[in-house]
Design a protein. Structure first.
Length: 193
């Protein structure tokens, strides 16, 4: 009878140890899950704030001289580019902007759209206008001061044939030809201060 009690005690201790271990691992897993959820919540909150900032502050952002053409000089020669100037007419320094530009046909239908950050660093020298370089992990971006502006230039990847054909029409001739004759629509998607 003593032998049965000793075996029962071993089973009780091993079972108790396994149950405690499972409870501890479950608690650790739950804490990790909560922490990951908080990070997702923080990221969602940041995205929401950037979008809210964009809706509120977009009235102070001016996009001027928006145009598309085939670049005729420099490192981007022969590439279709979108260029323009972003002006901050507000009172806060802007550290990052995400914007969308849509190419519209004469009837207002969207032919092509591009989403980019106009403040991404220049392709080569500081004298060159800004070109988006998507593979940089943490690029140093230009801050747009109140009443300040920056020029931007974005290479149009996967540009539709209709737009490319129109841009190529006069690309080798007088300056001003070979530009997109349709309309543009620009929208600020997010802003960071």
């Amino acid at each position: 009878m003593v032998i049965i009690k000793k075996k029962s005690m071993v089973v009780v201790f091993v079972s108790g140890f396994i149950i405690c271990l499972v409870l501890a691992l479950t608690l650790v897993g739950y804490i990790v899950y909560i922490e990951m959820g908080e990070e997702k919540s923080k990221a969602a909150y940041r995205d929401l704030m950037e979008k809210a900032n964009a809706k509120f502050y977009a009235k102070y952002i001016e996009v001027a001289r928006l145009g598309a053409n085939i670049e005729s000089t420099g490192a981007l020669r022969g590439k279709p580019v979108l260029e323009g100037i972003i002006r901050n007419n507000g009172t806060r320094d802007i550290t990052d902007i995400l914007m969308r530009v849509k190419f519209l046909d004469p009837d207002g239908a969207i032919i092509y759209e591009v989403v980019f950050r106009p403040q991404e660093p220049a392709l080569s020298s500081s004298g060159m206008t800004h070109v988006a370089i998507p593979y940089l992990s943490d690029p140093s971006k230009t801050t747009i001061k109140p009443e300040g502006s920056i020029p931007f230039k974005k290479i149009l990847m996967n540009c539709p044939k209709e737009i490319l054909a129109e841009l190529k029409k006069g690309a080798g001739f007088a300056r001003g030809s070979g530009r997109w004759s349709g309309r543009f629509s620009s929208e600020i998607l997010s802003i960071n201060f």
